[in-house]
Design a protein around this ligand. Structure first.
Ligand SMILES: *Cc1c(COP(=O)(O)O)cnc(C)c1O
Length: 228
């Protein structure tokens, strides 16, 4: 059986190879360990092997792990769908939010971000797969949303996040990620982040400019939802 440390080495070499193929500096690509459904001990192992950034989708589960791991200097990223009644806890307990797709949520996060903490780093989730996906703002709504969010005082808009539908071919995958990169470039804002690429498509995402790849299965193994 492979350990988390082995998996990290494998994922890191995939990132390295993809960066090289794209003529990019591998240090411009960051690994976000997606730890939803995984026990605190798995995150502890990943920390011991060098990882610092962890992505969680479910607020209550994340808060529990944050308590268990309070002795470690971890950086927490919220990457799941956000309901209005969850924004206060997210604003208080996370460093990044990748999944903002409407202004109301962003306004609440800004109002509720404690002044004792730095600005909350934000990515706008954009839907480049049309009706196939329900999360994410439409490309048409993106410019106004990005302008409004970048004006909010307690947030720092860093860039875009996307989860394109899986496609059969590499060319289709590349095209979806390239659309995200073009949308980002079309915004007249100083953005430095493209959060895109998961276990099965990180090579394509890196070829199209990803700066964060969000990796769960390839680090921690398949998720088991049967307990929940
Ligand atoms: C679960 C999840 C991931 C990780 O997916 P894997 O295929 O397990 O690597 C990445 N991003 C988001 C938003 C997720 O919900």
């Amino acid at each position: 059986m492979s350990t988390i440390a082995d998996n990290i080495l494998q994922v890191s070499s995939r990132i390295q190879a993809a960066a090289k193929a794209a003529h990019r500096d591998e240090n411009s690509i960051h690994l976000l360990a997606v730890s939803k459904t995984k026990p605190a001990q798995a995150l502890r192992e990943a920390y011991a092997a060098g990882l610092r950034d962890f992505g969680e989708n479910y607020l209550q589960e994340a808060l529990g792990k944050q308590l268990e791991l309070a002795d470690l200097p971890l950086i927490w990223h919220f990457i799941g769908p956000i309901q209005s009644n969850k924004t206060r806890a997210i604003a208080e307990h996370f460093d990044w939010v990748h999944s903002v797709d409407r202004l109301k949520i962003a306004q609440r996060l800004s109002e509720q971000r404690p002044t004792t903490l730095g600005p909350l780093n934000i990515c706008i989730q954009v839907n480049v797969s049309g009706e196939a996906s329900k999360s994410g703002c439409t490309p048409a709504d993106l410019p106004a949303l990005a302008a409004a969010i970048s004006a909010l005082p307690r947030l720092k808009l860093r860039g875009l996040m996307a989860i394109p539908e899986p496609t059969d071919g590499r060319a289709e995958q590349d095209a979806a990620f390239a659309t995200v990169q073009q949308l980002q470039a079309s915004l007249d804002l100083p953005l430095d982040t493209l959060s895109m690429g998961m276990s099965h498509d990180l090579e394509s995402a890196i070829a199209q400019g990803a700066t964060w790849v969000r990796i769960g299965t390839a680090l921690f193994g398949a998720r088991d939802y049967s307990q929940s």
